[in-house]
Design a protein around this ligand. Sequence first.
Ligand code: SF4
Ligand code: SF4
Length: 340
Amino acid sequence: MNDQNSTCNADALKKGNWVKLICGASNQDLPSIADLCAIYGAAGVHCIDLAADEAVINVARNALDWVQTSYGNKPWVMISLSDGKDAHFRKAWFDANLCPTNCSRPCQNICPAKAIENTGGVIPEKCYGCGRCIDRCPLGIIEEQDRRLSLQDFTPLLKAIKPDAIEIHTAPGRSKAFKKTIEEIMKGGLQFSRLSVSCGLQGSGINYEKLAEELWIRHEALRMHNLKPLWQLDGRRMSGDLGTGAAKAAVKLWEKIRPIAPPGPLQLAGGTNESTIKYLPKLKGPEGVAFGGKARKIIQPWLQEAQRKRISLREWPEGWEAALSEAQQLINPWLIRKSS
Ligand code: SF4
Ligand code: SF4
């Protein structure tokens, strides 16, 4: 990566106007990923968080090379790994032969990724594991499939992908697994710019103080390897497209954790959307934000139309301009924030 771009991305974390796009730790929908990277890269995000999958990274890098040539921006490529079972690394599955022909298909109607076919089952590449379909099935036939990488696959994959940044999804009670994961990552001798730790309270049954203690344990593990941290506070996972309530959850987590968190930039995720910034103080906000579901939802009409036309959004000027304008409206208020 061009040093100037890398410095600019790192500086955004210091200035407090860092923005990350989350494509999804299990999202493998290559045409959409290419378009998402192109649109949000052009809009000015500093980092794009992608599935740890060579095909995904290849299409993302192609799109980002184009962004650099056309707009001068080069966001970091971050990949997501996990130190234990985690909703971000699952996919839904069901046997469509078991579905009654008169089912009104509530699973399909609720799916934000349009990952369920009209008459068939889940399209695995498109499913990003939000889980919303699972409780909707009156027959209870939708299962979760765990799609995490195993520890021994990390080193060869990291060598092949060479990400600029790595995120580890962790959870309270998994500090030993976290340390092992870090050790495995470091075995490969890979150089990268930032190690992000993604953690939240959802489903853990612990309080804010306990969560901060968990982060301090991870801070110690990062310090031992001389890694620069980024703390991703996961408010209400994969829910940014659901509205204001989700935005408040992410902000509340930041407010409670901020005074007791270990050193390093804090970034909001899990429920972030256009409302998030309204709930934050003007000057002393978090260092950054990550947008996932909301970022995808606002440009989805153009993504779908481009796919229907079997072209990239970059080949369709009207669609490109409209989608880029939506993306800029979401992220510009963050890009122009003052230093905290
Ligand atoms: S609703 Fe969520 S979990 Fe279910 S198929 Fe769609 S993306 Fe996957
Ligand atoms: S809701 Fe259940 S039964 Fe109906 S189409 Fe979906 S998976 Fe099949």
